[in-house]
Every structure is written in C-alpha cells, then in structure tokens.
Design a protein around this ligand. Structure first.
Ligand SMILES: [Zn+2]
Length: 313
C-alpha cells in the first residue's frame, strides 16, 4: 500500500481591529495516510493554547471515487482550514460530508471551514441540542484560550441526524460504503463512529482513547457496555479520538475498559465506605496514573462523573 505523508505549515496573524498586534502563530499540520483513501491528522495532547490552536483531537478524511468525507474538523476554525488545505493538496474531489462525532470543542469547532463546500453535516440525533446547551461556555473558553484566533469557530446544525442505535450507509463510489453509527450513551450520550468498509478502517471518535486518559462525559456503566461491544469487533485499522495507535485494536480497547472498570469498582467502594467525593477524587483509580497522559487534568472529573451516577444505586 502506498503511504502518504504530507505537511501543511501555516502561520496565523492576529489582528486587533485594523491594528496588527505583532503576533503570529505557526502550526505544522501533518497528515498521514493509514490505509487506502484514509488520511489522518493526529492532534496533540497539550492543553489548548494559541500555539496549538485547539489542535487536540484526531481528525481526518476519507477520499472516495466520487467525493470526500471529513471525520471531525478540529478545535478551531484555523484547524479546520488546515484540514481543508490538506484535503485540497490530496484531491480535487468535492467535500460532500462532514461527520461531527460529538459535541466536544476539539472535534467540532473547525466545522465552519467547510461551509463553502456545502457538504452535508452529519451528527447523532443528540448532537445539536448538546451543541446549543454548551455553545456559550465553549465559545467563552475558546476566546479565553485563543483570543482573536477563536474568531469564526462556530457550531453548525447537522443536515443529517442518526438516532441512537441506528446506522447510516453513505456511498463514496463503487463498492465504497461508509457506515456511520450512532451509539447508545458512552463517552457522551451522542457519539458517532465511522467505518470505511472497503479499507477496513474504523474511526472511533472519542469512544476510544490511546495513551491519553479516557474521558467520561455521561455514564460510566453505559460506556463500559459500549466498550464491551467494541471489544467484540474485528478491526484491522483504527483511528482513536486521541493518541496514535501502537497496540492492536483489542489491546487498546481492553486498556480503556480496564481503566473504566477500575474507576467503576473503586468509586462504588468509596461510596459504600462513606468516603466524601472531595477525598475520593484523590484516591479512586490513582494506581492508573502512570498509564495515561493528561491523567491529572481529567481523572478527578471522571471520578466525579462516575460518582454522581453511582451514588443513586
Ligand atoms: Zn470528546
């Protein structure tokens, strides 16, 4: 298989009105071809900043015979524009679909970069309401982190929605079907995945984290149920929501499942033993710390989310 590696290296200049404030930000944007027609940009693990412009999630595109399908658009308009430039360096085919896997800003804020292509935006049936609920907070914090570079980053209402448990099959050409699946609650309550049947590539969105600590934004019990379903799948190539795959599909899924099970069991034990949440977040699951990047930033919140669910059992 022909492997493609491409770079887009772009500098953004910040303006305050008409005044040039003498700051520029440069981002190298690498695209890797991981299988026939499947191109991935791996995001960084660092916290969102003016240096990385919110380039935190894994994003990419699938080139079919007829057109291009984008899987997530990155964490700011600038990242979306870089992805679009990378597509245009790869193919002149039209960009027909933009899949937004869920309503986390590192995955959707770049979506406006594709408006001029007039694609069909695709989301889970629960996506848009979550985008609207979170819009104000997400825009405020993006502005805090990126300043003027946040401009143009916006939420977009999906044209096509998929109900939980259903799939949508999109044809990108002869014998080139893409299956988009809307999952039951897992990482969030509105996750989508994308499967390229021809090239056997599974884009998981944030249903799977590699190296970066998994993030829980809904229900730990239902996330574990979905992970068990994922562990039954036979997957040759996969693109996690974060991190570069180094292990097999099953090993990667099992690592995340193990983390979630530890959080589940130890949170239950902590509740039963009468520990307070404010103390539990510093104890529950901390044997996992060495295994995951960004553990300090997200693990306590995961325990809190699990706690608010499990305390009612
Ligand atoms: Zn996410």
């Amino acid at each position: 298989m022909k492997k493609f590696k491409g770079f887009v290296f772009t500098c953004f200049f910040a303006f305050a009105g008409n005044l040039f404030i003498n700051q520029s930000y440069c981002l190298s944007f690498e695209i890797r071809q991981i299988a026939d027609g499947n191109f991935v940009h791996y995001g960084v693990h660092d916290e969102r900043s003016k240096t990385n412009l919110g380039d935190n999630a894994n994003i990419g595109f699938i080139v079919g015979d007829t057109c291009v399908l984008v899987v997530d658009a990155g964490g700011s308009l600038s990242v979306g524009q870089l992805l679009r430039q990378a597509i245009r360096k790869t193919t002149t085919k039209p960009i027909c679909f933009v899949v937004v896997t869920h309503a986390h800003p590192d995955h959707f804020f770049g979506a406006a970069a594709f408006k001029e292509d007039k694609p069909k935006y695709i989301g889970h049936a629960g996506l848009y309401s979550q985008l609207r609920i979170r819009e104000r907070f997400y825009k405020k914090t993006l502005l805090q982190d990126l300043g003027d570079l946040a401009k143009g980053s916006e939420i977009i209402k999906p044209d096509i929605i998929i109900e939980a448990g259903n799939t949508l099959t999109i044809s990108l050409g002869k014998q080139h079907d893409i299956v988009v699946k809307a999952w039951q609650p897992a990482h969030t309550d509105h996750d989508l995945t994308v499967f390229d049947k021809r090239s056997d590539v599974f884009w998981t969105g944030d249903l799977l984290f590699v190296n970066h600590v998994p993030i829980l934004d809904f229900s730990i019990k239902s996330f574990i149920n979905v992970m068990k379903e994922l562990s039954m799948l036979s997957v040759a190539n996969f693109v996690p929501g974060h991190g570069v795959p180094q292990l097999s599909w099953l090993e990667s899924v099992n690592n995340q499942l193990s983390y979630l099970n530890i959080v589940l069991v130890e949170t239950r034990d902590a509740i039963k033993s009468g520990l307070r949440l404010m103390d539990a977040v510093h104890v529950v699951g901390w044997t996992e710390k060495a295994e995951w990047i960004s553990f300090d930033s997200f693990h306590r919140r995961n325990v809190t989310t699990a706690w608010t669910e499990l305390e009612w059992e």
